[in-house]
Design a protein. Structure first.
Length: 395
């Protein structure tokens, strides 16, 4: 047999291959997020998050099993990308209105880096109720506000509400709960795609339903009267386009005869059945403002929240009627939408948990403490807002 020459394949070190892949991934991540965060800082935080999270927890929150369905739909996981979006969102939220020097000092601070790692792991713990539903690519380029801490946590809380409502058809306020849930998730989805002006009418509607829920929750016996008027509204707006005869009888016997608007009475006529309501509310009783005035008289501890909701409810008017679509500074929308949804989602969630007699944690996480912490940070930033600060942020 003649001698044959065999080429010898080089021995491949699997650790070297994995290291090269990791380096390539890091280069790509630096490129993707380079305009929003310093690349080396991002990779250091990401690597520390992965180290502290550990393989077991990583597999708990990210699905690494590739299936035929994922192959044809392109819905496989991208753990490092999602984690980096969380890091960027948290860091950007903390950096609002800080100077470049202050941001740089934070990045050098060991305490800040530990906090950023800790809060990223915290967000991963909510992932199955939050970013697992988020888009890989948003419709309109800009800030990824849904990855900022407060909106991210509010989304998780809203998804949890959806779970609680799946078997909650027996709840007196099911229609209100579902309506609030529909509006808040729609508003958050518009925030995700930077369609920020469109979120305001949804927030306005959510505020109205939430205020009704607060009133009705005080006297559950009123749900029957509320439901009766709601069905009048369904009949008038969706079916016959006419007011039912029974409605005319109630309207003619209304408590406030000086109110002439049938539409206002259609939406709020059920307040005639609330004890003491008309002795407390002297102006525009058949309105959200009347409900807020009533609640203020009965819930002194809720007055700041109700005043904020009243202010933002009024400010939504221009967006609702098409006079305004977008402000010059998207960050202002982030503040306002987050504040409105904080009050509505938090309050509705706690009422629902109480009615269902369930714990308010989301996947074992104390999400109420999280949103209260992050709301305080956001509120401090909001009250410091100015044209100069907005311009510096977008410089």
């Amino acid at each position: 047999m003649k001698n044959q020459n065999f080429s010898v394949l080089p021995v491949v070190d699997p650790h070297t291959v994995l290291k090269n892949i990791a380096e390539q991934n890091n280069v790509a991540l630096k490129h993707v997020f380079g305009k929003r965060i310093r690349g080396n800082f991002l990779i250091k935080i990401k690597d520390q998050v992965l180290k502290e999270l550990g393989p077991e927890n990583l597999r708990k929150y990210f699905n690494f099993y590739w299936s035929d369905v994922e192959m044809i739909t392109g819905t496989g996981e991208a753990p490092e990308y999602d984690i980096c979006r969380m890091i960027v969102g948290i860091h950007r939220a903390y950096s609002i209105f800080l100077s470049k020097q202050e941001i740089r000092e934070n990045e050098k601070s060991e305490r800040y880096r530990e906090q950023l790692v800790s809060e990223t792991i915290e967000k991963i713990g909510l992932r199955l109720y939050a970013s697992v539903y988020f888009r890989r690519k948003i419709l309109f380029s800009g800030e990824e506000f849904l990855y900022y801490p407060l909106p991210y946590e509010l989304f998780a809380m809203a998804v949890k509400m959806g779970d609680l409502l799946k078997d909650g058809y027996d709840l007196d306020g099911w229609q209100l709960y579902y309506g609030i849930l529909h509006n808040v998730l729609s508003a958050l989805s518009l925030m995700e795609d930077n369609l920020l002006g469109g979120a305001y009418p949804l927030c306005r509607g959510a505020i109205e339903m939430y205020v009704k829920l607060l009133v009705l929750n005080r006297q559950p016996v009123l749900y029957a009267d509320y439901e009766k008027f709601r069905m009048y509204e369904v009949e008038q707006s969706c079916c016959s386009q006419k007011y039912p005869e029974e409605f005319y009888e109630l309207f003619n016997a209304r408590s406030c005869q000086n109110v002439k608007s049938k539409a206002d009475y259609l939406h709020f006529g059920w307040v005639d059945f609330i004890h003491e309501y008309h002795s407390i509310v002297k102006q525009i009783p058949y309105s959200v403002y009347g409900l807020i005035a009533f609640l203020k008289s009965k819930n002194e501890d809720k007055i700041p929240e109700l005043e904020h909701l009243e202010f933002f409810y009024k400010s939504c008017h221009a967006y609702t009627h098409g006079s305004v679509q977008m402000a010059i500074y998207p960050l202002l929308h982030y503040f306002e939408i987050s504040i409105m949804l904080y009050y509505v989602i938090r309050g509705t969630f706690l009422i629902l948990c109480g009615e269902k007699s369930v714990d308010s944690k989301v996947d074992g996480n104390d999400v109420i403490s999280m949103i209260d912490r992050d709301f305080r940070i956001l509120w401090k930033q909001y009250i410091k807002r100015s044209t100069e600060k907005f311009e510096a942020f977008y410089d």
